[in-house]
Write a protein that binds this ligand. Structure first.
Ligand code: ADP
Ligand code: ADP
Ligand code: MG
Length: 695
């Protein structure tokens, strides 16, 4: 085993790798950018080396500096995590040339799977089932259109070098094909420096089921079962679970064998994931694809009949996957430990017949983003970061009963989520004896995850988990779209309930400070033997004047305008309250963050602050006519020119931030004045992009 390794990554995955290394007695070296000098992953390692500027291209992708850091600290191996350099064959080669072990597959295996098109050609030879499609080298638009027509619409155009859900276009009609192809190629060239595409049949009601494989240098290769990652947004995973609901033991074994064949075809070593797309159907089991596919692919045999579930190879990710914890939870294994052992030349710790599935696990990716605004990434400071009771990963070599709740985080309260890296804040992983128990634990864990300071998807995740489709495991990649009405546009917590939480919190504080009942004070609040006080709260800058009255018998009433409700409350400890408002019971948690009081209820949260009339007046006066950047990022397109008359909601500009594109729309009707930035410019949050005069 190694004495010291360098972790060429940041965030939760760097912390995760460091935990296992520590348990195995392996020393760790962190690398960090200027933005990350104080980051959690730096503290999680034994040593740390700065490697450059804020942007990934100036630090985490600067592989010469990373190799120099490994040399300088005497590290023997490099763990690349996921993202960044993890699937970069040149980096893997450079490690070897520098005398370092790359904790990952051989560069040839990365290269073989690096192009989706080339990988498919290889998989066809290995007899792995493929989606019918064309993955050859001819990229002439008319030729590809001909292929699309032969495949039959809808088709999917994919960037061969694509990843992270980017560079994909679904095309439903022949007349849209050429334009979609051009746009896919533009994005592919810009994102991956390579505009080669492939075309394949768009699988309807698809499920994404992937197989975790592991191979050692002695020629052994096993599969650690599957993960169902069908719940996606923008082709990116949101919830992942293992095992896949409804997958029979026979089909699991067939998919496992296909995945092992895929890995062996490229001489794979280490941890890898073979992603399959599975054709949906009303019911029944999943079958391998049958019948010849186009473009020279020769699928394996199989019993697939028309309308039955079929599975097809999509791509292989030659690294540890974000969602590896669900596999750890159901197998009782530490996949990072396996990676280190294999890289050190040891044999796989288990044979296929020694691997078992125990229980059910689900992971939720907690991201800094606003689901109601098209999943726009958010940046800011984690003023409050409150987790449910949980453990960090700490398993030994043998299967124990997994923790019911595990949190893999690379951030702490007070840390900033910056625009330089991706928007995933942490992962919440739950385990249960069965899916129902895992689901219940995930629901409770999300309810008790409280983040203040920036927008997150926590409440949205909870609605997805609670949706009928997810609860009944009616899974496919369009689940979020199908369940749209139930998932989006929900008011968080009713205003008066949040206000009741603020009242409970305030009175509780006052009691603690004064050691007496605040209502017994002889001050201006008293009136007619009872007492009244005004509570001026602001919600998003808007004023709400509540009135709190205490009656002769000590009962409280909360009023807003003409309405009023009987109120009582009880502190449950640690900023948690049970509130009865108009006979309705609410369990609330109140977190103070600066001037803000964030109230979390059963079904959402609300951030209230004390209303300040002076600040409000200043805000109103300063409302200039412009379109502002909602987050820091790069301007990638300006869709209007100076002088253009625009209507509210019209797309005006496109920005890119945190690896996603966002269209900015006109806030109201008007005439575009000046364009203040050009395409390619970096802009900071709140910057005016263009001026907009009223008509
Ligand atoms: P996984 O495939 O492990 O389930 P993702 O597909 O979301 O998870 O990608 C894993 C990591 O790789 C994430 O950090 C993601 O941001 C990063 N990533 C994926 N594709 C790309 C890409 N094309 N360019 C840069 N980073 C990427
Ligand atoms: P990436 O490298 O971006 O992860 P993938 O090829 O793995 O690209 O595809 C990402 C997602 O796109 C899949 O999880 C699935 O939801 C969807 N997808 C991919 N291929 C197809 C297809 N042929 N039909 C329907 N959906 C697909
Ligand atoms: Mg993929």
């Amino acid at each position: 085993m190694f004495q010291k390794i360098l972790i060429a990554n940041r965030g939760e995955i760097a912390c995760r790798v460091a935990q296992t290394a520590r348990r195995l007695g392996v020393r760790t070296v962190a690398v960090y950018s200027e933005a990350d000098a104080q980051a959690a992953h730096v503290g999680a390692c034994d040593e740390a080396v700065p490697i450059g500027g804020l942007a990934a291209k100036d630090s985490y992708l600067q592989w010469q500096r990373i190799l120099d850091a490994a040399k300088a600290t005497g590290a023997q191996a490099v763990h690349p995590g996921y993202g960044f350099l993890s699937e970069n064959e040149d980096f893997a080669r450079a490690c070897a040339a520098a005398g370092l072990v790359f904790i990952g597959p051989p560069p040839e295996a990365i290269a073989a799977m690096g192009s989706k098109a080339a990988a498919k050609a290889l998989m066809a030879e290995a007899g792995v089932p493929l989606v019918p499609g064309y993955h050859g080298s001819n990229n002439d638009p008319q030729f590809l259109l001909g292929q699309a027509e032969a495949i039959g619409f809808p088709v999917l155009i994919k960037a061969s070098a694509g990843g992270g859900g980017r560079g994909m276009r679904r095309v439903d009609r022949a007349e849209d094909f050429v334009a979609a192809l051009a746009s896919c190629q533009r994005e592919a060239a810009a994102s991956f420096g390579n505009d080669h595409v492939l075309v394949e049949r768009y699988v309807t009601r698809p499920r994404h089921i992937e197989i975790q494989v592991f191979a050692d240098t002695q020629g052994q290769c096993v599969y650690l079962f599957e993960r169902d990652c069908s719940v996606q947004r923008r082709h990116q995973k949101v919830l992942e679970e293992a095992p896949a609901p409804g997958l029979s033991a026979e089909r699991r074994a067939e998919m496992g064998a296909a995945a092992v064949a895929a890995a062996q075809a490229v001489g794979y070593v280490g941890a890898g994931t073979v992603e399959f797309i599975v054709e949906g159907d009303e019911d029944g089991d999943i079958r391998p694809a049958a019948g010849p596919s186009q473009g020279g692919a020769a699928p394996s045999g199989g019993s697939g009949s028309v309308g039955a579930h079929r599975f097809y190879f999509m791509e292989m990710n030659t690294r540890l996957q974000v969602e590896h914890p669900v596999t750890e939870a159901i197998t009782g294994l530490d996949l990072v430990e396996w990676q280190l052992r294999v890289a050190a030349g040891q044999p796989l710790p288990r044979r296929q017949d020694e691997l078992r599935i125990h229980g059910h696990a689900i992971e939720a990716r907690i991201c800094a983003e606003n689901p109601d605004a098209g999943f726009l990434p958010a940046t800011g400071t984690l003023q409050v970061l409150h987790w449910p009771a949980h453990v960090a990963f700490q398993r030994g070599g043998d299967a124990l009963t997994p923790a019911p709740v595990r949190v893999d985080a690379g951030v702490r309260q007070g840390d900033a989520i910056s625009p330089h890296y991706d928007s995933m804040v942490a992962k919440l992983i739950v385990w249960g004896e069965d899916r129902a128990q895992a689901l219940a634990r995930l629901d409770a864990a999300l309810r008790d995850t409280h983040i203040v300071g920036l927008a997150t998807n926590v409440a949205f995740l909870r609605r997805v988990v609670g949706s009928r489709a997810f609860a009944t495991a009616d899974l496919d990649t369009a689940l979020i779209e199908r369940e749209r009405p139930a998932l989006f546009g929900h008011a968080g917590l009713p205003l008066e309930v949040a206000a009741a939480g603020v009242v409970a919190h305030q009175l509780h504080r006052e009691q603690a400070l004064e050691g007496t009942d605040p209502w017994s004070r002889r001050d201006g609040w008293r009136l007619h033997g009872g007492a009244r006080r005004r509570i001026d709260l602001a919600l998003g800058g808007e004023h709400h004047g509540f009135m709190l009255a205490r009656l002769h018998d000590g009962a409280l009433r909360l009023g807003l305008g003409e309405q009023h409700w009987p109120l009582s409350w009880r502190a449950l400890g640690e900023d948690r309250y049970e509130v009865l408002l108009a006979g309705q019971r609410h369990m609330l948690a109140v977190h103070a963050a600066g001037e803000t009081l964030a109230v979390f209820g059963e079904h959402g949260s609300l951030e209230l602050s004390e209303y300040d009339p002076i600040a409000h007046a200043a805000d109103q006066a300063g409302g200039g006519g412009s379109l502002t950047a909602p987050m820091p990022g790069k301007v990638v397109a300006l869709l209007v020119q100076a002088g253009a008359t625009v209507t509210a909601g019209q797309p005006l500009a496109v920005m890119e931030a945190m690896k996603m594109e966002h269209t900015l729309h006109a806030p109201r009707d008007g005439v575009v004045g000046e364009l203040l930035y050009a395409v390619g410019d970096q802009v900071s949050e709140g910057a005016a992009l263009l001026t907009l005069a009223g008509e």
